[in-house]
Design a protein around this ligand. Structure first.
Ligand code: NAP
Length: 484
């Protein structure tokens, strides 16, 4: 019986976990609800950060490994259940991220002209669920509430020359809207002071070296005040950069970004459509109104519950111990169930942070296998393919994804990395043109997977499966049970 793991979510943490599972000797089936892989690298990383998106080359290499299979356009939780996946795999590892936005609870949120920065990023990146998001850029000012890296990403894109963006993989609809944009100022409003800015130093450097970024005189004073008291070197570096920013009162010939501090959002202004936002000066009761045609909240992400697994609603993560899902009452591990990435630790860190996060989870998963704690699948590997196709006839495999990928790159015409499809229907049409592998090849591949463990067991490594360890552990457990 080959070792089999299901990984749910084809973003960075899903791919890092897949890589580590493959190295440990598992065959891996990688599931994603979308017809396209890469998660936030495709739909969240801003299009002007193409060098960050190049991590997909690593993911492509992982996807070409022996023992790997894609099950794209297949949603675990609706097309397939957690228990069904466990019947076909030794373990199921969820790397589904934190797909929801934290919502700001003030009057007027939801009015036309309000949205979240992450929705706008998804719209910019051509995510099919956000292709029709109404993004009104007809006003002169956009206000973004919250000053994390997502806010900086959106502000940067809204103030970038569209001709430069035209050489990226930005969605066509977003590029067209940006060409018509009337936006002259994007205000990034934080409720706390400059020293508490949530953006990171590299992102601030990237922003201020390529855009006009300014401060009001009052905010300059706050920066100087914070510099006088701050001892943390990293924060001081950020404050040093802020202290050198230009004055907001100076005239500007191109769209600019203003960083504003000490503003707690109170309500969205406007009757049938957003006309601005009212803040309270943090720590007091004085109000400040700011006109804006678009108000975006950018106050972090939230994980959402996974059907069939426990959920910690306060932290918005699946309760876990080093990636082992635990039942919240008794702290007992939920057999065969694991998490990695933002659904495990919350929405923090960079893409690379997910590598060590996934490594910890896979290390524990392999240890559980070696300790005989994972049940063998009830069905042979060959049965999974038939089962998933029965449930989800439109499931997309590696050949289908390659057809979509090739078509997007071809649409880019050599001038752009790719021109993305933004509708699932278009993606499915293209995937359907992929040559189907001869049935014989599929059967041979799956039979090989079934034999893989008995014919060529992997070399034991610190975090890899020890041949026979699970059987020995189970036999020992049965012996102890018999002696009781
Ligand atoms: P974030 O870094 O957690 O920032 C959230 C912001 O929202 C903070 O300024 C926070 O202010 C503010 N906030 C929270 N609740 C609020 C409320 N009720 N009213 C007003 N403001 C509120 O979130 P993010 O920008 O979504 O980023 C998420 C993660 O992705 C971060 O780890 C980030 O570094 C990462 N990321 C990285 C990149 C990159 O490397 N290029 C790009 C995008 C995202 P307080 O501090 O006062 O709570």
């Amino acid at each position: 019986m080959s070792l089999r793991a299901a990984v749910v979510g084809a973003g960075p943490s899903g791919f890092y976990a897949t890589d580590q599972l493959l190295q440990a000797g598992f065959a891996v089936d990688l599931y994603d609800a979308l017809p396209t892989p890469y998660g936030l690298v495709r739909a969240g990383v801003a299009p002007d950060h193409q060098s960050t998106k190049r991590v997909t080359r690593l993911f492509d290499r992982i996807a070409r490994s022996p023992g790997f299979s894609f099950y794209l356009n297949c949603e675990v939780g609706s097309d397939l259940t957690h228990d069904e996946l466990l019947e076909h795999h030794h373990a199921v590892l969820y790397a589904v991220g934190a797909p929801n936005d934290r919502r700001l609870d003030v009057d007027g949120i939801g009015l036309p002209g309000t949205s979240t920065a992450t929705e706008v990023v998804a719209w910019i990146n051509g995510h099919p669920e956000f292709a029709d998001l109404p993004v009104d850029l007809s006003g002169r000012r956009v206000v973004i509430v919250g000053n994390g890296n997502v806010a900086l990403d959106v502000a940067r894109i809204l103030t970038t020359d569209p001709d430069a963006l035209a050489r990226t993989d930005i969605a066509d609809h977003a590029l067209a809207a940006l060409r018509d944009s009337q936006v002259q100022e994007v205000v990034i409003a934080a409720r706390r002071g400059p020293a508490a800015s949530a953006f990171t130093l590299p992102e601030l450097i990237g922003l201020t070296s390529t855009r006009d970024v300014v401060l009001d005189t009052a905010d300059h004073d706050l920066v100087i005040r914070d510099l006088a008291n701050e001892t943390d070197p990293l924060t001081r570096n950020k404050l040093d950069i802020l202290a050198k920013l230009g004055e907001a009162s100076a005239p500007s010939s191109r769209p600019r970004i203003r960083l504003a501090y000490g503003l707690t959002p109170k309500r969205i202004l406007g009757e049938s459509k957003t006309t601005g936002i009212e803040f309270v000066l943090t720590g007091g009761d004085e109000s400040r109104e700011m006109s804006a045609g678009l108000v975006l909240t950018s106050i972090g992400y939230r994980g959402k519950p996974i059907r069939g697994l426990p959920f910690d609603d306060a932290a918005a993560v699946v309760p876990n111990d080093g990636g082992r899902v635990i039942d919240p009452g008794g702290s007992q591990p939920v057999r065969g169930s694991y998490v990695a990435g933002w659904i495990k630790r919350g929405p923090t860190g960079f893409i690379g942070t997910n590598k060590s996060c996934a490594a910890q989870t896979v290390h524990n998963l392999v240890a559980d296998y070696n300790d005989g704690l994972l049940a063998d699948p009830l069905h042979k590997a060959a049965a999974l393919h038939r089962f998933v196709r029965g449930r989800r006839p439109g499931v997309i495999d590696a050949a289908g994804w390659k057809a979509i990928d090739d078509a997007e790159v071809a649409r880019g015409g050599g001038l752009r990395p790719r021109d993305k499809f933004t509708s699932v229907a278009d993606m499915l049409d293209v995937a359907a043109t992929a040559p189907a592998p001869p049935v014989r090849n599929v059967v041979v591949r799956l039979l090989r997977r079934d034999r893989q463990r008995t014919t060529s067991p992997p070399e034991p490594r610190p975090s890899s499966v020890r041949p026979g360890a699970a059987e020995a552990a189970r036999a020992e457990a049965a012996r102890r049970e018999a002696l009781r």
